[in-house]
Design a protein around this ligand. Structure first.
Ligand SMILES: Cc1ncc(COP(=O)(O)O)c(C=O)c1O
Length: 362
């Protein structure tokens, strides 16, 4: 590891691959011989055109997307998608299903309700404090879409397999696990993800939309809230977040060219998560909070015997070069976010530290 950098277990914004940061640094003053920084070139220039077009091309290759899908870059974070989705797809008489698996799903549901759209919450894991992913869900066959959160960043749960909806397109918030594993895109009408966890800095949200949903977008909603505006103009109806898109491009190059694609990315992520969960399972001191079959490979949530120990654990970890281990403020406890860029070495170092902390305090 580069001197003075720590192992970063933040939930988002989160760690980026070191080679990506180094490439940003090396080309920051003069991007590809332009004599300008990427933050200074016009978004209408060939330099930026090449960046955005190759980001789209790499997204399509990595996820195996065919021509029915458009790759869009929208601002307003994943939170803006919560409101855009019902606004764009639910007209008079239309209805949609939602599965509630925690804070982010709850927020998505609320944004549909604010607009007085007709939606049904067809399953929820609220009865057990969102510690599991619901099974055997009865979906409404007349729903325009079914919304799920593929990985629940706060509660540390993740859909291991996506549900069978009987043909209703899934709309998925993949903010915290996009590009972490291969996905069968046939099931999805839309996936979206704020970039700041698995693929870049904050400031851009990727939305991948299939043409059958794009065709539903009405004309009577504001221009900048229509998916069709972004699709028609290659996400450049107005000035896009150029630096964020550029960084996503570098991260996708890293996943495709250095890691070797999503199968390999998933294998790396599985190895990291298994190491940490095996350790937790064999410890009488630490306790994982997510149900066994619903565990996230991205956000590993756990508790120590009491809150005072948790506080000391987080502080002591930081002194030992490991940051971001405090659980989300709404749930407490501890959380290690181990997104794509996090290497196995970081998790090995964390597990060693956890063992010695247990020895001293157990
Ligand atoms: C799963 C999930 N969805 C949505 C959000 C909100 O994203 P944004 O801050 O980009 O609006 C987060 C942020 O942490 C998240 O983890």
């Amino acid at each position: 590891m580069t001197e003075s950098r720590i192992y970063n277990f933040n939930a988002g914004p989160a760690a980026l691959p070191l080679p990506v940061l180094q490439e940003i640094q090396a080309s920051f003053l003069n991007f590809q011989g332009s004599g300008m920084s990427i933050t200074e070139v016009s978004h209408r220039s060939k330099w930026f055109d090449d960046v955005i077009n190759d980001t789209v091309a790499r997204t399509k290759r990595l996820l195996g997307l065919d021509d029915r899908y458009s790759v869009l870059f929208v601002q307003g974070g994943a939170s803006m998608q919560f409101c855009m989705i019902p606004m764009n797809f639910l007209g008079k008489g239309d209805t949609a299903d939602y599965v509630n698996t925690g804070t982010w799903s709850t927020k998505a549901i609320k944004e549909a309700e604010i607009q007085q759209k007709s939606i049904s919450v067809v399953a929820s894991s609220e009865d057990k404090n969102f510690a599991y992913i619901p099974k055997d869900i009865a979906f409404n066959q007349d729903a325009v879409y079914c919304h799920i959160t593929s990985n629940n960043t706060i509660k540390g749960t993740q859909w291991a397999q996506f549900p069978e909806t009987g043909g209703v397109p899934l709309v998925a918030d993949m903010s915290s696990d996009i590009f972490s594993r291969p996905v069968d895109m046939e099931k999805f009408g839309l996936i979206y993800a704020g970039a700041q966890k698995n693929m870049g800095p904050a400031g851009v949200c990727m939305a991948i939309i299939r043409d059958d949903l794009l065709d539903r977008v009405p004309e009577d909603i504001p221009t900048m809230l229509r998916y069709s505006t972004f699709a028609a103009k290659n996400s450049m109806f107005n000035t896009p977040p150029c630096f964020s898109i550029y960084t996503v491009w570098l991260v996708l190059k890293w996943i495709e060219d250095t890691v070797g694609g999503l199968e390999k990315m998933a294998a790396r992520n599985d190895a990291k998560a298994s190491l940490l969960y095996n350790f937790l399972d064999n410890s009488g001191f630490y306790r994982g909070t997510a149900a066994g079959d619903s565990r996230s490979r991205m956000n590993v949530t756990f508790r120590l015997p009491d809150e005072d120990l948790e506080k000391r654990f987080v502080e002591s970890a930081l002194k030992n070069g490991m940051g971001g281990l405090k659980g989300h403020r709404s749930v407490g406890g501890c959380r290690a976010s181990i997104y794509n860029p996090t290497g196995l070495e970081a998790v090995e170092t964390l597990v060693d530290f956890m063992k010695s902390f247990e020895k001293e305090n157990g």
